[in-house]
Write a protein that binds this ligand. Structure first.
Ligand code: C2E
Ligand code: MG
Ligand code: MG
Length: 628
């Protein structure tokens, strides 16, 4: 019972206490209600970030909350003495009026960024918003300030990282030059600029000559160092407003802005060529490199980046074709040639697959006896719409596209098959001469192929001869290329394959090679034979070649004999063999069996038609009238 009374008493006590607190709270709330001065005061006092009241006319600080004092390190008295601009500064708003205008504009949505200078000299990044208010009938500016220093540090770090990544993505790591992406990002602007100003813009496409050889022979590290030096030299020859970009590998692009005329481009290309031609010392070794440059001009040669790069690239290939170490301005004719070349290359690939290639043969004749001593195999392309296409239109393209290797293999295979058929028909076989390009000599294992195929068909390798042009073999500048060719020739000689130098006299090879390479035959180029009878210098050259060959025990074949006077002259000079339309035009294998009977050719009936046939050029695929 006592317990119950105590419990009820305690409950009543608690109830009274709760009522008392509620009453006190109610009264206090009334006193400090949201609209009361005290509440407003409390808000200002307890606001966690800097809050200031300014005089909008002078920007003088009228009041500062405790947070402002804490954050700046000044006392209330000090703050009130300080000019606002000493405490805060904003980028580009040194003038008070500008700052005031900005502050008045700064709303919570778009705060103004400022620097806060604390009493201890520390600088903080802050954002301020301001509102015009009225206090006791006077206009004031209430400014709240947030410290964003930490956020700014993080933002700056992110920005730096982004810029670093951006730099990495747009620059080449090896040379430090801008890269292809950079060019793609900046060339359009440069073109717009040129368009607006009405100036020329030049795109120079640079490709180092024989860089692959440096990489292969000296190693990639040396190659890299060479590229770095090249990059520095090219950069240093250009103006600061010009772009020098590494496109990849040994390709660079220079963009020249505000070009007055093409002379300026020529001068720049000349400067680059000169800068690069000075020897470079890399890893203690002296390297010399040259560069081929193609130039396309905006707006003349192209209006956008793609077109300008394509055309400068085309012009660069032209520079390579012209012997490298030079520069070429793009011309529409170049583009046409390139397109034709691409078209020929594509249809040549089809030709190889669809058996459009054939092999014709032209006799090589003993000048005294008029007997056929050999047949030269010449490729013919029976084009579905263009008829017979002569090798001069496609051999070079095939060499550049690497197609000459399969073409060479095809000619070898076909020549062997034709010889087997001639033998089966009872003909007296003579050796067949194959034209072999330098690329083919280097890349394919010709000696092994010849050894294998001749063996398969029961023929001697001595029944094959190989014709090499001097420019393709002896004049190779790279020692490795020359050595590879020399090895291949040595292997062929071991097999017993005769080696002839084709088109002799058109190249610049040193005569000492003839001795060192131990060639069997020289074929004097048609260009010396054509005017032999009328041109005294041709006569001098031909007689010198014949005399020299006699001393070196090398046989001589005169190419392109079309008339009796030439033949007579050659006989007189002591030339042993000849080849030309006077004897026979190249013909299909079936027509050639008739040359292989050991009898001399009868030339008497052929004379009247020779010149006419020559003029038509491509008609040597017509069946031959056989002369006996
Ligand atoms: P080449 O080896 O000097 O062949 C002789 C070229 O002169 C042949 O031209 C032949 O048709 C032409 N010819 C022969 N006699 C006369 C003549 O009396 N007057 C005139 N005007 N021309 C004559 P073709 O067949 O057009 O071949 C051109 C060149 O193409 C060849 O010159 C040879 O270097 C190359 N070639 C031909 N077939 C092949 C091949 O299978 N492989 C390679 N790599 N090159 C080949
Ligand atoms: Mg030949
Ligand atoms: Mg020739």
């Amino acid at each position: 019972m006592n317990h119950l009374a105590f419990g009820l008493g305690a409950l009543a006590g608690l109830w009274c206490a709760a009522l008392g607190f509620g009453a006190w709270y109610f009264l206090r709330w009334r006193q400090l209600g949201p609209g009361s001065d005290a509440a407003r005061q409390a808000v200002f006092e307890q606001w966690p970030t800097t809050a200031l009241i300014l005089d909008p006319a002078t920007l003088q600080i009228v009041a500062a909350n405790p947070a402002a004092l804490r954050n700046t390190g000044y006392s209330h008295e000090e703050v009130r003495e300080l000019p606002f601009t000493q405490l805060f500064s904003a980028e580009g708003a040194a003038d008070e009026r500008v700052l005031l205008a900005r502050l008045q504009d700064a709303t919570a949505r778009a705060p103004i960024e400022m620097r806060q200078r604390c009493k201890d000299g520390a600088l903080r990044s802050v954002e301020a918003t301001a509102h015009r208010l009225e206090l006791e009938g006077r206009p004031v500016l209430a400014v709240t300030v947030h410290d964003v220093t930490v956020r700014r540090v993080v933002e700056n770090q992110m920005l730096e990282r982004h810029q670093r990544l951006d730099h990495l993505a747009h620059h080449d790591q090896l040379t430090g030059l801008p890269n292809r992406l950079y060019l793609a990002a900046h060339l359009p602007d440069a073109l717009t600029d040129a368009k607006e100003k009405g100036t020329l813009l030049a795109v120079l496409f640079l490709d180092l000559d024989r860089f692959k050889h440096v990489n292969d022979s000296r190693g990639h590290e040396t190659g890299d160092k060479l590229l770095k030096t090249v990059a520095q030299r090219v950069r240093s020859t250009m103006r600061s407003q010009d772009m020098v970009v590494r496109m990849g590998g040994d390709e660079f692009v220079v963009v020249m802005k505000d070009v007055k005329n093409t002379d300026k481009v020529n001068e720049a290309a000349e400067r680059i060529n000169q800068a690069l031609s000075a020897p470079m010392v890399v890893d203690g070794r002296t390297l010399v490199t040259t560069v081929s440059i193609g130039v396309a001009l905006y707006p003349r040669d192209g209006l956008d980046m793609g077109e300008l790069l394509r055309h400068s690239d085309t012009a660069m290939y032209q520079a390579k074709d012209r012997g490298r170490n030079n520069f070429q301005l793009f011309s529409p004719a170049m583009d046409r040639r390139l397109k034709e070349r691409i078209a020929v290359e594509a249809s040549l690939r089809t030709a190889l697959q669809t058996r459009q290639l054939e092999v014709h043969y032209q006799p090589i004749v003993d000048i005294e006896s008029h007997r056929v001593v050999a047949l030269e195999a010449l490729t013919r392309w029976r084009h579905p719409s263009q008829g017979f296409v002569r090798p001069e239109r496609f051999v070079r393209i095939a060499e550049e596209a690497g197609l000459i290797v399969p073409i060479g293999e095809f000619v070898l295979q076909r020549a062997i098959e034709d010889m087997v058929r001639w033998r089966q028909s009872g003909a007296t076989l003579v050796p067949v001469a194959l034209n072999v390009s330098a690329v083919q000599l280097q890349r394919s294992n010709l000696a092994d192929s010849i050894a294998r195929i001749t063996k398969e068909h029961g023929l001697e390798p001595t029944m094959l001869q190989v014709e090499l042009t001097e420019s393709a073999v002896f004049e190779r500048r790279e020692q490795r290329g020359r050595e590879a060719a020399q090895d291949a020739v040595a292997k062929l000689r071991e097999l017993g394959v005769h080696i002839a130098i084709d088109d002799f006299g058109t190249g610049y090879s040193s005569l000492s090679y003839l001795k060192r390479w131990r060639v069997d035959t020289l074929k004097i180029d048609r260009s010396f034979v054509r005017d032999l009878v009328t041109d005294m210098s041709d006569l001098a050259i031909v007689s010198a070649i014949i005399a020299m060959a006699r001393h070196l025990h090398i046989e001589v074949v005169a190419e392109g004999i079309e008339g009796w006077p030439q033949l007579e002259k050659l006989r007189h000079l002591g030339c042993s063999f000849a080849q030309g339309y006077l004897f026979a035009r190249p013909a299909a294998a079936d027509d050639c069996a008739r040359y292989l009977n050991g009898d001399p050719l009868d030339l008497t009936q052929r004379l009247p038609v020779l010149d006419m046939l020559e003029a038509t050029g491509t008609q040597d695929a017509r069946p031959l009238r056989v002369i006996k």
